[in-house]
Ligand binder design. Structure first.
Ligand code: GAP
Length: 486
């Protein structure tokens, strides 16, 4: 049985063994902090994407979706502030040559203190760190590391360089002749693709403020400390939504989206104790308020989503750098002045959730090792208790034996159901082994076709979580699954 400490490792191994997530280019020993989604991981990920997309663009009449390119004009990143500001304070250990993000190094120390029962000291350390980060006091951060005797986990020493800022963007060249080639960046957030398209979408969609633009896509960051499976990757996916509002209403909309997004998380069926808000003290260069939704991963409470009040920073900057007006004409009447609000650059509240972190969240929530031993025999199973909506496979169809026409009946059920949801047909191995495999993949329903099926058109349905089995008519299978996933 996995203890709390090795639960994370158990989930990583499970993901690899059952086709969810593999290290990237593994035959070449992998690439640090880059992962590939296998056959079941990509189904899980797609189900999450579909759910988020629908909750944003279908359930909100004033939010539309786009799909912008990863490559953007390099001035985008100058305007957005990423060239100058998208950096983290880093420190190198002179003995091991390992580089660390300063906040991660200090947070790890705080966690260690907490585990040793020094909660108060841990809290003081984190408070001191927040104050120094907010003041950009790099020398102060180094002193803090020295005061708390924080050592490198590789060399074991506290022989540190000074703290310096490192930019996290990846760059490459666009153009065939090296002299003419432009340095361009792989986008570190999808949001800028929304900002530069703000007027295209507003005008062609005839959208009235307040309205939102949503997007799902890849983002790239040269993360320094990247050892936490899909929690911190160098290539990852974001699901972001920029909500364009009237200046002065940002506080109200920020609170609205904080609550809406927390409600979305709770509607996944996850208990409220597993979540908390973390309001930022040190704000990103574009924000006037920011909060993270943190989930209690097996590696502790960590950020899964950010809600940021980005003011009019991005649109103002793009207007300045592109010399194109990015204003909106608001003809609603301002009750105070009795005149239309007129032209202005909208303010923006953003919700930004990591898709890969949501995959990890659902895996962490779903993964269970169960001891099913009885006095007569030892037994156990690993089960992924995904909400049926997210399960990679919704229904497994299993003929008890291949012969006697049972396989044909099972295939007929498969052909009928596969038009509606993802099904899986399997005839190898004992039925018990097949059930266990489906538990490990998180399949909520299995139906078994046996000799009685030939007589009365019924099958045995087995429920993943309770392992209960009951006899139902074939005609009811589709309804049962569809009700569970809708
Ligand atoms: N547009 C705002 C923005 O990018 P962020 O807090 O830097 O804000 C938003 O990122 C979300 O993207 C995070 O809450 C996290 O879920 C996800 N994310 C960020 N960096 C990541 C990484 N290296 N690996 C996986 N997910 C990451």
């Amino acid at each position: 049985m996995a203890t709390d400490n090795n639960r994370f490792q158990a989930i990583i191994s499970h993901c690899k063994e059952y086709g969810f997530i593999f290290p990237s280019s593994e035959i070449y020993d992998g690439l640090a902090a880059v992962y590939d989604y296998g056959q079941w991981g990509s189904e899980l990920k797609k189900n999450i994407k579909d759910h988020w997309w629908k909750s944003m663009t279908q359930l909100n009449e004033n939010i539309v979706g786009i799909d912008a390119a990863i490559f953007m004009h390099p001035t985008t990143w100058k305007a957005s502030g990423h060239v100058d500001n998208f950096s983290d304070p880093m420190i190198d250990n002179k003995d091991s040559n390992k580089r660390y993000r300063v906040d991660h190094l200090i947070e790890a120390k705080a966690e260690e203190l907490e585990k040793e029962g020094h909660e108060e000291q841990a809290e003081i350390l984190l408070k001191e760190m927040d104050t120094l980060l907010a003041a950009d006091d790099l020398a102060g951060l180094k002193r803090l590391i020295e005061t708390y005797k924080i050592n490198c986990s590789v060399s074991g020493t506290g022989n540190w360089t000074d703290v310096r800022q490192f930019n996290l963007m990846f760059s490459t060249q666009m153009g065939s002749v090296s002299e003419d080639a432009n340095e361009i960046y792989l986008r570190p957030e999808t949001a800028q693709g929304i900002f530069v398209n703000f007027l295209n979408v507003q005008k062609t969609g005839r959208l009235k403020i307040p309205f939102g633009i949503a997007q799902i896509g890849k983002a790239f960051r040269n993360e320094i400390v990247a050892r936490q499976f899909v929690f911190r990757m160098r290539e990852f996916e974001q699901m972001e939504m920029q909500f364009f509002i009237r200046p002065g209403t940002q506080k109200q909309w920020y609170e609205h989206w904080k609550q809406e997004r927390m409600n979305w998380h709770l509607a996944l069926g996850i208990s409220a104790e597993k979540y908390r808000f973390h309001n930022h003290v040190k704000l990103a260069h574009y924000a006037d308020a920011a909060s993270d939704i943190e989930y209690d991963f097996p590696i502790g409470f960590k950020e899964v989503e950010g809600i940021h009040s980005r003011t009019d920073f991005d649109l103002t900057q793009h207007q300045l750098y592109s010399k194109k007006k990015l204003q909106y004409f608001d003809n609603d009447i301002n009750e105070e002045t009795g005149k239309p609000y007129g032209n202005y650059i909208p303010y923006v509240v953003e919700t930004s959730i990591g898709l890969d972190r949501t995959v990890l969240l659902l895996l962490s929530e779903a993964y269970e090792e169960q001891d099913l031993s009885t006095e007569e025999k030892k037994d156990s199973r690993v089960v992924l208790k995904f909400p049926p909506k997210f399960a990679p496979i919704k229904l497994a169809i299993l003929p008890l034996v291949k012969k006697d026409g049972l396989a044909e009946i099972a295939k007929d059920i498969m052909n009928d159901c596969k038009l509606h949801f993802k099904c899986f047909y399997e005839e190898k191995d004992t039925i018990g082994k097949r059930y266990r495999r489906m538990d490990a993949l998180g399949t909520p329903f299995c139906v078994t076709v046996d000799h009685q099926t030939k007589e009365d058109n019924t099958v045995t349905i087995r429920y993943r979580d309770s392992m209960k089995q009951e006899r139902i008519p074939i005609a009811q299978i589709k309804d049962i699954v569809q009700t569970a996933i809708s």
